[in-house]
Ligand binder design. Structure first.
Ligand code: ADP
Ligand code: MG
Length: 698
């Protein structure tokens, strides 16, 4: 867009500096461009009028015509309200205001016709509408506002100062009147022709002031496509640039893999694991740096898959690193990988924030001279004093916790060539989200669980079912199994969370007085945590009471019961991740979700989903639908999800088309140098300018 659209919003008719400040703060609207891209989030049909006598219990928002016969202020101070008596030819009702009384009272006149809009509620036996929308009846609105009245997102604070949807709509009109001849096309003509899109100007007009349903649909489709298309074009281009620019170590030798297969592989790999390893090996031989995302459901066997890929790197005289988001997970990886590594006579080390200085020095030295083959660690691996002889493969096990910039710091540990990078996600993420969040990476997915896994049975119990729960736990423990009991921890520092946990621990200790029990939580010293965890892993303790610190990666196949307390307080992916801690052995496993009696609609939906399915990908899709991408962990700082109109939960098809389209264009014209693609380059450049803002954040 051009200079006009960069004009500060305060210069728009009707805005001014005070309101501009509010629009900045509340909606992030700073410029004309921001405003015109603040699209309605829904539309209302405002063609129909109701009569007062028609109002009943089922009435939702409705529109009425009539006059105000009388108004009065009732009550004092905080209880003060303004009541206006509104009537049409069929009856009378009250309109009520609790806020802005003075302003409204001055504004409304008695005896003249008004158009009002709002939702009636029953109070003391009669219907009233509180805080209705109210306008003088004019020739423009006497037939209503039309079938597609745009509704704009506003906030409580804005509404208090009358910057409601309607006011924003008015600004949009003022802006469009100025802007209409300045709107430039932003897609190449061949795409507009191919998809029979509306031109940009018609799109912006019809998204704000739709003429009819068909034009609204067309405008919406193009704007969604365009939004997703440019994100994909940028990501695919980045991916291709990296592929071309970042030479990778060519890894042709996989002799250690063969040796491991022949002598030590503890089980047959699933077809899916094999396929993924093949894809990864393909990348590692290609001569370009690998940048790949490895996805798979909880328990699908990502760890051994990653280990085998490490063996490829090791076969080619390079080293491998694996970085995990928490100390517990890093230690768990270390223990798991060490078992394999020892058999193969490979050297493996662990570095975290709590590694002792002397130990750390030894490890760093071995890493530098190359006698250490594999290093496992947390963020500590990123510290500048950590250097490799030659790093061949960096595996990043993340819950979207490492930013792009941090990943890059690992790459820079080699001076000449880039190490291959494999990013693993702890839980599945929906395809649309993966394509957007990790759009610069290739994606491999493990689509099946190892054979013979029994699917975990999930039940929902209310607090009243606690005795039943204890009986069940007792039975499982008697047959030799172990039990997890997890408490939510919303904030590491919030003491009331610990109170829940400690109360729970006490009542469990009383109910199971002869059973050895471990407790693990974030306020314990890492050493004590590890000690308790280790006791549980060795089957010395039968019950592990814990906060979510055990969420990721922990692997105790003999544990068959996962009890989640206050399950309504967890998000879906977290519940799924926790459930994945059981069902790792040959025995039937159970997940029991404990909740209070009152549940919000969303919480009920989450619990229901968990009870119904074990499929992590389905759960992730549902999560996306319930919460929207902005709330999914780690996506907040990613910026790429700051979508104006597209919805990753709903627009998967459009996204796929946009991605394919971007791929094809860049295959044909990698630098976007062709005349027909000039416009693409310009839009991308202007996007990159604003991109710097958010890359600083992540
Ligand atoms: P996740 O993908 O959640 O990280 P893990 O790598 O921890 O899963 O694997 C879960 C469990 O399944 C481990 O005990 C692992 O040894 C086992 N496992 C992995 N692959 C297979 C397989 N192909 N057959 C049988 N068991 C497997
Ligand atoms: Mg894992």
């Amino acid at each position: 867009m051009n200079g006009f659209f960069e004009t500060k919003i305060e210069f728009l008719k009707g805005v001014g500096s005070k309101r501009a400040k509010l629009l900045n703060e509340e909606l992030g609207i700073f410029t004309f461009k921001d405003l015109i891209l603040h699209f309605p989030f829904r539309y209302e049909d405002r063609t129909h009028f109701h009569k007062v006598s028609e109002i009943n219990d089922t009435s939702s928002y409705l529109q009425l015509k009539g006059i105000i016969s009388y108004k009065e202020e009732i009550g004092i101070q905080k209880k003060k309200r303004l009541v206006a008596y509104f009537k049409d030819e069929t009856g009378q009702m009250e309109l009520v205001w609790f806020k802005g009384i003075k302003w409204i009272s001055e504004k409304i006149k008695t005896g003249v016709p008004y158009l009002i809009y709002g939702k009636p509620t029953l109070f003391n036996g009669s219907y009233n509408i509180s805080h209705p929308e109210i306008d003088l009846l004019t020739p423009q609105n006497e037939n209503g506002y039309g079938s597609f009245v745009p509704i704009y997102r506003s906030t409580e604070k804005l509404k208090k100062t009358y910057l409601d949807s309607k006011a924003i709509g008015k600004f949009q009109q003022n802006l469009y009147a100025l802007a209409q001849n300045k709107i430039e096309e932003s897609l190449p003509s061949y795409l507009i022709e191919r998809y029979k899109f509306l031109d940009r100007k018609s799109c912006l007009k019809n998204i704000h002031f739709p003429k009819n349903e068909e034009l609204l649909k067309k405008a919406t489709l193009r704007l969604k496509f365009e939004e997703l298309f440019y994100i994909q074009l940028r990501l695919v281009r980045e991916k291709k640039v990296i592929r071309k620019k970042h030479k990778g170590i060519v890894m042709h030798d996989s002799s250690l893999v063969s040796e491991f297969y022949k002598n030590f592989l503890p089980f047959d790999l699933t077809d899916s694991q094999k396929l993924v390893i093949k894809e990864i090996y393909g990348d590692m031989r290609s001569g370009s740096q690998m940048n790949r995302l490895l996805q798979g459901d909880v328990g699908s066997g990502k760890t051994i898959t990653a280990f085998i890929c490490m063996l490829i790197a090791l076969s080619c005289d390079t080293q491998a690193a694996i970085m995990a988001p928490t100390e517990i997970l890093a230690s768990q990886h270390y223990v798991g990988l060490k078992e394999y590594a020892d058999k193969m006579n490979l050297q493996i080390g662990l570095v975290t924030g709590s590694t002792k200085k002397s130990e750390r020095r030894k490890i760093l030295e071995a890493l530098k001279i190359g006698t250490l083959n594999i290093i496992v660690g947390t963020h500590a691996l990123l510290e500048p004093d950590i250097g490799f002889k030659k790093l061949g493969l960096a595996v990043i096990d993340e819950q979207h916790r490492f930013g792009v910039a941090q990943r890059a710091r690992l790459w820079q540990k080699n001076d000449d060539v880039y190490p291959h990078v494999l990013v693993m996600t702890a839980t599945p993420i929906p395809r649309t989200l993966a394509m957007t969040l990790y759009g610069d990476l290739e994606i491999s997915t493990i689509t099946e669980l190892p054979k013979g896994r029994k699917s975990i049975q999930t039940n929902h119990l209310r607090d009243s079912g606690r005795l039943k729960l204890f009986g069940f736990m007792r039975h499982q423990i008697e047959t030799g199994r172990q039990v997890y009991i997890v408490y939510p921890l919303i904030e590491e520092s919030a003491n009331y969370d610990y109170k829940d946990l400690m109360d729970g621990y006490e009542s469990i200790s009383r109910a199971f007085s002869k059973t050895p029990i471990s407790i693990v939580h974030g306020k314990m010293k890492p050493k004590d945590k590890d000690f308790e965890m280790a006791r549980f892993i060795r089957n010395e303790t039968k019950i592990l009471v814990a906060t979510t610190v055990i969420e990721v990666g922990v692997n105790v196949p003999n544990a068959t019961v996962m009890v989640i307390e206050n399950a309504e307080r967890f998000g879906l992916s977290q519940l799924h991740q926790l459930r994945g801690r059981v069902g790792r052995g040959a025995d039937q496993s159970y997940c029991i979700l404990m909740t209070g009696n009152k549940l919000s609609t969303e919480a009920r939906e989450r619990i229901k989903t968990m009870v119904e399915t074990n499929d992590g990908f389905r759960i992730a899709e549902t999560d996306l639908k319930i919460r929207g991408p902005g709330d999914l962990s780690g996506t907040q700082q990613s910026g790429v999800l700051d979508l104006h109109i597209a919805d990753l939960a709903l627009d998967g098809k459009i996204l796929k088309e946009a991605r394919d389209c971007a791929e094809k264009i860049l295959d044909k014209d990698p630098s976007l140098g062709l005349v027909e693609n000039k416009i693409l380059n310009e839009v991308l450049t202007s996007m990159n300018k604003s991109k710097t803002d958010w890359s600083l954040i992540s």
